[in-house]
Design a protein around this ligand. Structure first.
Ligand code: TXE
Length: 485
């Protein structure tokens, strides 16, 4: 299967003959060679999706819901195997990969539910102030869509795009990340196992410059949904502009965590660690800027240091491992580059700051905390996407909010305080798409995902995630015509 692409319901050999070496980041061993497509394969996949669109777009929401639920059950039946595959490719501890698979199942079930509700919403009457006319609205699928995903949450980010696209009645071409294609390819076998009509889902692995860019410029693709770096997000935006395609972008983040003077310090320690070291910090929503009230800073920093140094690093499958390696050599180099830059800037290290000791192989980095980081430091302003936390203190609520909002990004934020009214007041003033009060990265299919400012365009999840794949149509006619018929 790995030597093929999934096009038109079948596993087919790619036309360009390239392969991708897939690596286990804990061992640096090649664990698979995966077939990589090129522009000619994208053409084939889009043609299959276009042909399938004719039938799939005319199915009822209820019919599509049946397929989505079947996919959820098929994933559930293979949950352990899929989690293990994801861990071996991404490096995340097995329990994290299991959570990913559970999130994916919840997403498929949620969009099955929205698909089932769609039929009752079609041809809904729209009240008009203007006399003599009647108008009704329809929600129609956007067309063939191109979905480009990264490597940090394989199967999850994919579910966030594929499930609502199918629920809306779109057909699609998915391009997995070249770093983590293994678990994503299983979606092809799952589509086959539930009898999804051929061409509704197509999967073309390959590089961004070959497959990704061919998708963004393809004239038969109506919309691109992209999750990844700001650098590539800008390129994608420019290339879709030429054909005025629809576009959703989920890009970077530099999210703040605000810890107020009334915080429970033990809970705060857990949430801070989880917010930056889960998935080895490779989360767009990582709360990578920590803002501490200066009255609690010394005590909390001491706890953070102790708890961080106690974290167990290791192979995803080892008992008790809390943090895995970085997912790729490229990401390891990027993160080490930022750490070296921090040292060169003379920043103060609370802990970490080196390649992890005791590992002969694997892209392991010590969980790292820099304190008193100046607001003009690259480490404070740029997304590092690794286990590196930057800390500053504040003395008033107003200062905390100002520091939190002083960022190009606005994806998420956390607030830790035992004063619920105060936490709500602060949440309402933060410029971010999702604010967590006294909780850790709680993401549910019902709530939106996406950011303010340069964190992206549009929202995934919730009803907004479905709307992203729909066109709104109104049908308006004179009342007299209706009365005479
Ligand atoms: O992302 P890329 P990379 C951020 C994070 C990380 C940085 C680089 O800061 O350090 O991005 O990661 C495809 N046209 N995030 O290099 O390159 C590519 O093949 C179309 C944040 O992995 O943006 C892959 O499928 N597509 C993020 C996808 O884009 C192209 C998650 C993402 O890769 C393309 C990951 C092109 N020209 C990284 N070039 C988040 N928001 O969660 C590449 N791609």
């Amino acid at each position: 299967m790995y030597d093929k692409l999934f096009i038109n319901g079948d596993w087919v050999a790619p036309r360009c003959g390239k392969t991708l070496a897939v690596i286990n980041p804990a061992t640096e061993e090649v664990i698979a060679e995966v077939a990589a497509g090129g522009a000619a394969d994208v053409d084939r996949a889009v043609a299959a999706a276009k042909q399938a669109f004719t039938g799939w777009s005319k199915t009822s929401g209820a019919q599509r819901g049946v397929y989505l639920r079947a996919i959820a059950r098929a994933i559930e039946a293979r949950a352990q195997e899929l989690a293990a595959l994801s861990s071996s490719n991404n490096g995340k501890p097995l329990f994290e990969a299991q959570i990913d698979i559970e999130d994916a199942i919840a997403t498929w079930d949620y969009y099955a539910g929205l698909a089932e509700q769609l039929d009752a919403r079609q041809n809904a009457e729209v009240p008009l102030a203007m006399p003599g006319y009647r108008s009704s609205s329809r929600l129609e699928p956007a067309g063939v869509v191109g979905l480009i995903v990264p490597w940090n949450f394989p199967f999850v980010t994919t579910a966030w795009k594929v499930a609502p696209a199918l629920a809306a009645g779109c057909t699609l071409v998915l391009k997995p990340s070249e770093v983590t294609p293994l678990v994503e390819l299983q979606l092809g076998t799952i589509a086959q196992s539930v009898g999804l009509p051929a061409g509704v889902i197509n999967i073309v692995c390959g590089s961004g410059s070959d497959v990704g860019s061919a998708l963004t410029v393809h004239p038969d693709i109506a919309k691109i949904s992209f999750t990844g770096s700001n650098r590539v997000g800008e390129i994608v935006m420019q290339s879709v502009a030429k054909q005025v395609k629809g576009l959703s972008l989920e890009l970077g983040g530099k999210s703040p965590m605000l810890v107020m003077d009334d915080a429970d310090l033990d809970q705060a320690t857990d949430w801070i660690l989880g917010g930056i070291f889960y998935n080895a910090g490779q989360m767009c929503s990582a709360t990578s800027r920590l803002l501490l009230h200066d009255s609690i800073a010394p005590k909390l920093l001491q706890r953070l240091k102790t708890a961080t140094q106690a974290l167990k690093l290791g192979d995803a499958f080892e008992e008790g491992v809390q943090m895995g390696p970085l997912t790729s050599k490229a990401q390891f180099d990027t993160v080490m580059g930022y750490i070296e830059r921090g040292r060169a800037e003379g920043l103060t290290l609370l802990t970490g700051g080196t390649r992890a000791e005791g590992f002969e192989r694997g892209y392991f980095i010590e969980p790292t905390i820099f304190v008193d980081v100046p607001t003009d430091s690259a480490l404070w302003r740029e997304e590092i996407f690794g286990p590196v936390l930057c800390v500053r203190t504040f003395s008033s609520e107003a200062e905390a909010i100002e520091l939190a909002n002083d960022s190009d990004f606005g994806l998420a934020a956390g607030i830790i305080s035992q004063d619920s009214a105060r936490a709500q007041r602060i949440a309402e003033q933060l410029q971010a798409g999702h604010i967590w009060i006294n909780s850790l990265q709680v993401v549910c299919p019902e709530t939106s995902w996406g950011g303010f400012k340069r964190s992206g365009i549009g929202r995934e999840l919730g009803p907004w995630g479905l709307s992203a794949y729909q066109e709104v149509k109104h049908i308006t006619r004179p009342l007299s015509e209706l009365e005479s018929n």
